[in-house]
Design a protein around this ligand. Sequence first.
Ligand code: SF4
Length: 344
Amino acid sequence: MNRISLKEGISLLKNEDFISLGKKANEIRKSLHPDGVVTFIADTNINYTNICNSKCLFCAFYREEGDEDAYTMEIEEIVKKIKEARERGITTALIQGGLNEKLPYNYYLEMMEKISNLGVHIHIFSPPEIDLLSRISGKNVEEVFDDLIKRGMKSMPGGGAEILSDKVRKKISPKKINSDRWLEIMEIAHKKGLKTSATMMFGHIEEIEDIVEHLEAIRKLQDKTHGFTAFIMWDFKEKNNKLGEKIGKRSSPYNYLRLLSFARIYLDNFENIQASWASQGMEIGELALFFGANDFGSLLFEENVMKEAGFRITSTIENIARTIRKNGFKPALRDTFYNIIKYL
Ligand code: SF4
């Protein structure tokens, strides 16, 4: 199939019917992953602080300094959580936090130093955090990555992308880095040899053009660097945040599956697309495997961000494997780089 242009993408997303998009996406998934293997990762999510100066309007997680339930973890607490997760068979810790400008640069370096040798892969920080580290240290992004890589950083999650259209970002997260800065930090990460994911949060004020602009931006960067391992998308949750008070509703499973299919078609240089069962619900996650997804995301032994927005489901390795199997696929545990650890 020839690559579709931005203009063709907008027209396809506006006009193509649900079933035909899904069918195309499923065909692409089958051709890229003909063995029928569906991978997932056993990981935990640690959020080292919920104090954040960005105050994004869609966020239910952040607190202001002085709030009763504001917290910043001691590094020893993070170490303890990783060790506990390791005892339960967790192989990766996804570590992110609020943009807490009071934390010194040394906190991040010490954290990296103390957690990178515990036998659990550390998937850490997102572009907005790297931007913060650059600001507080007075170093440029290259130097920040050098400091972190020296201490064991190997990969970075693609958080903070939301919708890579500044028209949207100005309204939902005016204090956060803009699209170009997000892409610039990603590009530097890839050039430094770090693998990352690309994400998207939809279902708020964005329009079809913004979605395609977002996918176009990450597809272009992937052509240049080949540093993205996967694309992950989820919908905006309306509870406990300012944007939700205005919008008052979530997107629909129909929209999620439709956009997922479109992403699978548009992102022709991405090998992996995740089914976000933890953010969309297990049944929708299962359906996503027939709408372009080849990966079942993560186990999320601990999760805090969606929980604050009133959305929480958990599972076990056995249950995820059973779910994948019952849909006719072969389950396999993978690492952060999408290497298979074992078939289940
Ligand atoms: S989404 Fe991230 S950057 Fe925005 S307010 Fe929440 S924690 Fe802060």
